[in-house]
Every structure is written in C-alpha cells, then in structure tokens.
Design a protein around this ligand. Structure first.
Ligand SMILES: Cc1ncc(COP(=O)(O)O)c(C=O)c1O
Length: 274
C-alpha cells in the first residue's frame, strides 16, 4: 500500500507522523472521504472545496489543493482497486501538548482502502445526544469525531448501521456520517444547513438532481415519515428499512427508489459534478 505523506508517496511502513501531531493529540484536523470507483475519484472538486472550507473554519493554513489533487491521483494510481475509500487528512501538525497549535506547519496524509458497495437498505437508530448547531465546529468536517464514534457504536449494538442526531433545539439534524431525507405527504425534505448538519456533497447533489425541500423538521418527523433515506459518499442514496423500533417494510419506497435511480444515472454521467 502506498500512502501520500507531506509531498511524496511512501510505503505504509514509512508513512509515519509524529506522536506530537495536533491531529492525534487533540483532534485538530480536517478530512474528506472520497469514493473512488475503479481508480476514479467522484466529485473531487467539491470535496477539495469543502476541505478548504473546513480548514478555514478550524483556522488551519490554506491547503495546497493542487498538491492534494496530485496526491489523490498518485495514491489511486499506485493502489488499483475496484471500489476505494480515499481519505484525505489535513492536521495542525507537530504542536505543543495542549490546545495551542505549533508553528511546524500542517500534516497532509492521503490514503485509500478497499471497500464494497453498500446494501440498498439499512437500519438506523436515534441517539439521545445532540449535534450543537451553535458550536465552533458546526458544519466543518473535522477529525474531532469522538461523538460519532460513540453514537455509531450505540447504533451497532442495536443492529443498525447509522445513528441519527437531533440538534440542541430538538430538530432533526444528521447521522454520524450521513445526511437524512424524509418523505412527508409525498414530498421529499431534508434538514437545512442551519440545523448544524454537514454540507454533505451527496446531500447537495440529491437536492439538485432529485429535488428536495430544505425544511426545519422535528426529530419526531422520523416517526411519521412515509420514507426515510440516508445520503453519503459511500452510501450514495440508501433506503432506511427500520428506524428505532419502527419498520418501513416497503423501503425503498417510490420517492427513495426514484432518488436512487436519478443519483446513479447522474453520477455515472459526470464523475466531477460542480
Ligand atoms: C457528519 C457527517 N454528515 C454527513 C456526511 C455526508 O457527507 P458526504 O455526502 O459529503 O459524504 C458525512 C460524511 O461522510 C459526515 O461525516
């Protein structure tokens, strides 16, 4: 396996970062997960733009997106695989032991691992913890994902693959690594960015391609929704068949099935939709 670290491709054994890296010690970093279909990164331009937005939000130096693009191409070339999870990680770099960032400069790592296509349907649960839509990191894709680790473990305990959060106001927000869409009275809705959810790339494409209203919804919308689906880089559009104890046996329902078809068609037609 070849990994891009600070400007060059390296073997896994040689791709080492310092134990003083601020990404490791305090989660001071940002990241992107990009789908790579037979070596071709999907929606890379949008992912790079979001990486830069997240870096700015965290106060990291502006990433050199030409280098990131070169690194992605080099890693994909060096590690051929059918379906890959391409991961870009950009951190505050070597720093003192504390929340102050050092001046050694950022760390950039690009790695890929093989993955398999997700099932068309899955189960999700709600969790009692909230997303903080007013937090300093709201809407940023940072490596401070401890809350997602805990919530996803709770979902796994209940035989589900995703945990859904409300925000501090009790509004439906997002999953640990996905956005959520619901069908109410035949209409497709997803929470607005003001809910504190990540500006998911699959979410934005699904809104543009399948049409969905951005609507402030209570968490309880999950109890009355006729259909529910999740979107993310590796899920694309994925129907929910069970939410907590409630079964949605006909999933994917008609609106979800149509969104899945449209997403597949449009993504196949353009691998870097702007
Ligand atoms: C918290 C969170 N919300 C939503 C998403 C979905 O975003 P995308 O469609 O860009 O993968 C992710 C990414 O995996 C995420 O980490």
């Amino acid at each position: 396996m070849k990994i891009w670290l600070d400007g060059a491709l390296r073997d896994t054994e040689d791709a080492r970062v310092s134990v003083f890296d601020h990404g490791l010690t305090v989660g001071d970093g940002v990241f992107e997960t990009v789908k790579a279909d037979r070596g071709r990164a999907f929606a890379l331009t949008r992912h790079l733009e979001r990486l830069a937005t997240s870096a700015r939000g965290l106060g990291l130096p502006e990433p050199d997106l030409d280098e990131v693009r070169r690194g992605c191409a080099a890693v994909l070339d060096a590690n051929p695989m059918e379906l890959g999870r391409l991961r870009i990680t950009y951190t505050g770099g070597v720093s003192p032991l504390g929340s102050d960032r050092g001046d050694a400069g950022p760390t950039l790592v690009i790695a890929v691992s093989a993955t398999t296509r997700r099932p068309d349907t899955t189960a999700a649960v709600t969790v009692p913890w909230t997303r903080n839509e007013r937090g300093a990191l709201a809407g940023l894709k940072t490596t401070s994902y401890g809350e997602n680790v805990v919530a996803l473990a709770r979902a796994r305990e209940q035989g589900a693959s995703e945990a859904l959060f409300a925000n501090t106001a009790g509004a439906l927000c997002e999953g640990t690594g996905s956005n959520v869409f619901v069908v109410l009275d035949g209409e497709l809705h997803t929470p607005p960015l003001a809910s504190g959810c990540l500006a998911g790339i699959t979410r934005a494409l699904t809104i543009a391609w399948a049409g969905a209203k951005e609507t402030d919804l209570p968490l309880a919308a999950l109890e009355s929704a006729e259909e529910i689906f999740l979107t993310s880089t590796l899920r694309d559009v994925q129907a929910v068949t069970r939410i907590d104890g409630r079964q949605l046996p006909d999933a994917p329902g008609p609106v979800t099935a149509e969104a899945m078809r449209i997403f597949e068609r449009e993504a196949a037609a353009d691998s870097d939709p702007r």
